[in-house]
Design a protein around this ligand. Structure first.
Ligand SMILES: [Zn+2]
Length: 333
């Protein structure tokens, strides 16, 4: 098995086919020859490498072409909390037994980031190196310092989801509080459904479908729009059921729909995140209810939908990462 440096992250990678690579950190990826040349010429920052690697790991893609390179390079960084969540869930999958000591090795993680792995140990102990590299990829970490911060400062000291075990650096077990969180605390992390709430006038319904819905879908989530005639706005069982299954909710407060407030609040109560949006004019006129005024509302303006799409996409990808939903297209005739 010949190992080389991954064109994207610099970690060890197997070149398994003409365009196929099996990177210890990015996972199985496919890079077309033109894109490969482009990657070789780029000088990527550790942050860019981490974001590209994290995004690829979560969204295996078809063969990369040059056009994908810049898009991938602009992947926004998920929040620290989001990355800590991803890592905690990964650790649980690796060590599913309660009380198990997590085998995280700072020495190997450091060597991987410094691209300074002992070639003999790397080939005799591949499994272990792969696991440690996966930890770096899952956490979208740009350095061993960042992995350490997420483990020690965030997951252990602040959240208390990990407890130190023994004297080893990065020796941890998942704490009872951590297990409780994994089992109950963050609903629907595997879901790709997203309920879009709002007032369903014909114009707004078009905005929810064509602008919000399409952006949600571009981020890899399935938009669910359960529209009701605006005068009735009953909170139907179907809406409640859809919220219960959602990864998060986008609630548009334009025209001050009671339904949008209720559905957003209901989602919050379940522990889900809500992205609040509203027509800019109404935010400026302070029409938004005072209970949500303090929350970050994404304003939108007619005629500037493209700009809104970008901001919404950044918000979604930074908070939830790329989803895995892809609409099945019927083949063109
Ligand atoms: Zn890689």
């Amino acid at each position: 098995m010949a190992l080389e440096k991954c064109l994207i992250c610099g970690f060890p990678s197997e070149h398994t086919g003409r365009e196929d690579y099996d990177c210890f950190r990015c996972g199985k990826i496919r890079i077309g020859s033109m894109a490969a040349i482009l990657f070789e010429q780029l000088s990527l920052s550790p942050r860019e490498r981490a974001n590209m690697s994290g995004a690829l790991r979560e969204n295996p893609q078809p063969v990369m072409i040059p056009g994908d390179v810049e898009r991938l390079r602009n992947t926004p960084t998920p929040s620290v909390g989001q990355r800590a969540d991803k890592l905690l869930f990964f650790l649980q999958k690796q060590w599913p037994t309660a009380g198990a000591v997590l085998d995280i090795q700072p020495g190997i993680v450091g060597d991987l980031f410094r691209q300074n792995c002992d070639p003999v140990r790397l080939t005799t102990n591949t499994k272990s190196y792969r696991l440690q590299a996966s930890i770096c990829g899952v956490a979208w970490a740009e350095s061993d310092v960042e992995v350490g911060f997420i483990l020690n400062d965030y997951l252990s000291e602040t959240k208390e989801f990990l407890v130190p075990f023994g004297n080893r650096t990065w020796g941890f077990k998942i704490s009872p509080k951590g297990w409780d969180y994994l089992e109950h605390g963050s609903p629907n992390v595997e879901s790709t459904k997203v309920l879009i709430a709002g007032r369903f006038t014909p114009e707004l319904l078009k905005f929810y479908t064509d602008v919000i819905g399409k952006t949600v879908e571009a981020c890899g989530y399935e938009p669910i729009i359960v529209g009701e005639p605006e005068s009735l706005e009953p909170i139907t069982d179907q809406i409640i059921a859809s919220i219960r299954k959602s990864r998060f909710v986008v609630s548009d407060l334009t025209k001050q729909s009671n339904g949008a407030y209720f559905e957003g609040g209901f989602a919050k109560g379940l522990g889900l995140e809500v992205i609040w949006t509203c027509l800019e004019e109404e935010v400026a006129q302070r029409k938004v209810h005072f209970d949500v005024r303090g929350l970050p509302i994404l304003p939108w303006k007619e005629g500037e939908e493209n700009d809104f799409c970008k901001r919404l996409q950044n918000r979604i990808e930074a908070n939830f990462g790329k989803g895995k939903f892809k609409r099945v297209q019927s083949a063109p005739q």
